[in-house]
Design a protein around this ligand. Structure first.
Ligand SMILES: CC(C)(COP(=O)(O)OP(=O)(O)OC[C@H]1O[C@@H](n2cnc3c(N)ncnc32)[C@H](O)[C@@H]1OP(=O)(O)O)[C@@H](O)C(=O)NCCC(=O)NCCSC(=O)C[C@H](O)C(=O)O
Ligand SMILES: [Mg+2]
Length: 285
């Protein structure tokens, strides 16, 4: 999976639900988390593992990134999940309930390959250790687990997510320091489009690459919220052009729409254009 792959929408699909697995092959989501953990009941775990391995081997998920969330290695299912899924054709394994980089080492020992690993950031300890987790050589993405964080913090669920703000920012900072992907937590009221839109906008403001989702109806909202807007693309193009012009005339600074443009703004503008291009490539037939 290229480093420019978009992760605007990252849909959880219970590994036990064959109908949902089938449906995912046509959904406009950038990535799928095939879940063996919380979305699967204990007595359905073994069946889900086999169903999912078969679905992955059958393929048909196109350009969507395929991420498998196994159970924690401290559970009775985690080890078998890792062994059964490591060669099934996933792009990454997502490890829940991570607390420290040593948890990643334990998974690497089991899978024995350089398959990228993503981690759920959903315990208070994981947030304190976010920098070392993100810096692990095999970790390629962090996923905020806002439901578990809320449970562990004992905080209130608020629409502005104030009690989670420190954790969310630490997750984004750790991901950016390590130059890996950061995806925001789920919005549980899956039929509330306005609420989801507001939370996506907040996640985008914070710097997340996208949002984890639980229902297909949420995909388009996340795809729109985490894509550069036409006016952002237009401004980025004009900033780059103005800066090149000013450099050609011996200046180090340009002015666009009354605001200065320095080299660092050009880097940000180029990132916006690269992101827009990656989305075009993702959605091209
Ligand atoms: C939430 C749901 C249980 C709702 O399911 P349902 O009542 O079946 O919804 P609909 O009838 O509206 O479904 C319409 C069609 O869409 C398909 N569908 C539904 N959900 C998905 C999905 N996630 N992926 C793909 N397809 C899906 C249905 O099959 C229907 O199809 P059709 O038959 O053609 O009409 C359900 O959406 C669900 O199970 N969602 C996933 C829940 C989940 O994965 N939870 C775990 C992840 S969240 C988490 O763990 C957070 C984190 O760890 C933390 O701590 O924060
Ligand atoms: Mg969780």
């Amino acid at each position: 999976m290229s480093s420019m792959h978009p992760y605007r929408s990252v849909l959880y699909i219970p590994g036990s639900k064959e109908r949902a697995l089938e449906k995912a092959r046509d959904l406009p989501t950038d990535a799928i988390i095939f879940d063996l953990e919380d979305a699967v009941a204990p007595d359905a775990k073994a069946g889900a593992r086999a169903t999912l391995a078969a679905a992955l081997r059958e393929g048909g998920f196109g350009k969507r990134a395929k991420i498998v969330r196994i159970n924690a290695l401290t559970t009775e299912w985690g080890l078998e999940d890792a062994r059964a899924l490591r060669d099934a054709g996933a792009d990454a394994i997502l490890l829940p309930k991570v607390n420290a980089a040593s948890d990643i080492d334990n998974l690497v020992d089991v899978i024995g390959t350089d398959l990228p690993i993503w981690t759920m950031m959903e315990t208070p300890v994981s947030v304190f250790n976010a920098r070392e987790i993100a810096a692990h050589a095999q970790v390629a993405g962090l996923v905020a687990g806002t439901n578990d964080l809320t449970k562990d913090l004992g905080c209130r669920v608020r629409s502005d997510r104030l009690p989670l703000m420190t954790a969310l920012q630490m997750i984004v900072m750790a991901a950016r320091a390590a130059r890996i992907v950061a995806v925001d937590g789920v919005y549980n009221r899956f039929r509330d489009g306005d609420g989801l839109k507001a939370e996506c906008e907040q996640g985008r403001d914070l710097g997340f690459d996208g949002k984890t989702l639980i229902h297909p109806a949420q995909i388009e909202i996340a795809n729109t919220a985490f894509a550069p807007t036409n006016s952002e693309i237009d401004l980025a193009e004009r900033q780059i052009a103005a800066y090149e012009e000013s450099r050609a005339s011996g200046q180090g600074i340009a002015v666009v729409d009354g605001q200065i443009v320095e080299n660092l703004h050009v880097v940000a503008a180029q990132r916006i254009l690269a992101r827009a291009q990656a989305i075009r490539e993702m959605t091209a037939e």
